[in-house]
Design a protein around this ligand. Structure first.
Ligand code: CP
Length: 313
């Protein structure tokens, strides 16, 4: 077993970014940098020896699956992978009963599912920490990786401008939580009908959120330009309508030219070149998308450590 002292406080989950304080997010980012540095130097880092992660996928994944699975093994732990179709979840076992059972057998659970209420119900009946691996409403692990990537390339994100171009999806709402917590300004631009819902955002200060009808105006002066697919998982029936609605929200070289000269581009992937982003941008010199994808591995190792062992070092 790890020599580290487990946290003595109440059970912690990571269901959305604001479940953590700014100080805790900054700790996880710094810890991820240390873990990444050791990984690059082939130094063993087995803080989760004898621990088991269960992953529950109710939607498809490449990056989340590989990063959590590889990361847990690299920390000395084990992984169990469940899907809806391959488990009793697909045969209507209540999520509460699934949570009660799984959490008696493993140390940590990562879930990718549909409604945020579903992961909240799971967490309410779990004995172990639950991590949101994406819901319709939030994608907090991705934003941790994005912040780590920004910090690596440009230093602190505090006081910077992040431009979100496209759909008001789980990523955009999580970026908004990050802006509120970490003190940067989020510019958002999307077509009518696909914009942030004031019922969810409240009324953030202009120093936190500014919305623009024109995506070029949203990119102006940005330190980071980022986007995502026009149709997120679970909304495939709307694909054709969305293609027409989002036609002017494709991040291209012209949009990037309005951003700061040293602006970087991120995309959580998978990407559709020629739709939400042009190849000239995602494959161009300002793109950091491969570092961003890799950083899922490092930041989630730090996240799992933090939830199970608290602050280390
Ligand atoms: N960005 C992301 O979550 O990728 P996957 O859907 O492949 O896990």
């Amino acid at each position: 077993m790890s020599a580290a002292t487990p946290p003595t406080g109440p059970l912690r989950h990571f269901l959305q970014l604001r479940d953590f304080s700014a100080d805790e997010i900054n700790y996880v980012i710094e810890r991820a940098r240390l873990i990444k540095d050791k990984f690059k130097r082939y130094q063993p880092h087995h803080t989760l020896h004898d621990r088991t992660l269960a992953m529950v996928f109710e939607k498809a994944s490449t990056r989340t699956r590989v990063s959590f699975e590889a990361g847990t093994y690299q920390l000395g732990g084990s992984v169990i992978n469940l899907t809806t179709a391959g488990s009793q979840l697909g045969r209507s076992e209540p999520i509460e009963d699934t949570a009660r059972v799984i959490s008696r057998m493993v140390d940590l659970v990562m879930i990718r599912t549909f409604e945020q209420t579903r992961i909240e119900r799971f967490a309410a009946h779990s004995r172990v920490p639950i991590i949101n691996g994406l819901t319709n409403e939030f994608h907090p692990c991705q934003i941790l990786a994005d912040i780590l990537t920004f910090v690596e390339h440009r230093g602190s994100i505090q006081g910077k401008v992040v431009a979100w171009i496209g759909d008001a999806n789980n990523m955009s709402y999580t970026w908004l939580q990050a802006a509120e917590l970490l003190g940067f300004t989020l510019h958002v631009s999307g077509p009518q009908g696909y914009r942030l819902d004031p019922a969810r955002t409240g009324t953030p200060a202009a120093s936190v959120l500014r919305e623009f009808a024109d995506p070029r105006e949203a990119c102006a002066g940005a330190d980071l330009v980022t986007t995502d697919v026009w149709t997120s998982m679970g909304f495939e029936d709307e694909n054709e309508v969305r293609r027409r609605a989002f036609a002017d929200w494709c991040v291209d070289a012209e949009m990037m030219s309005g951003a700061n000269p040293d602006a970087i581009f991120m995309h959580c992937l998978p990407a559709h070149r020629g739709e939400e982003v042009m190849g000239e941008v995602i494959d161009g010199p300002q793109s950091v998308v491969w570092d961003e994808a890799e950083n899922r591995l490092h930041v989630q190792k730090a996240l799992m450590e933090f939830l199970l062992l608290g602050r280390l070092g």
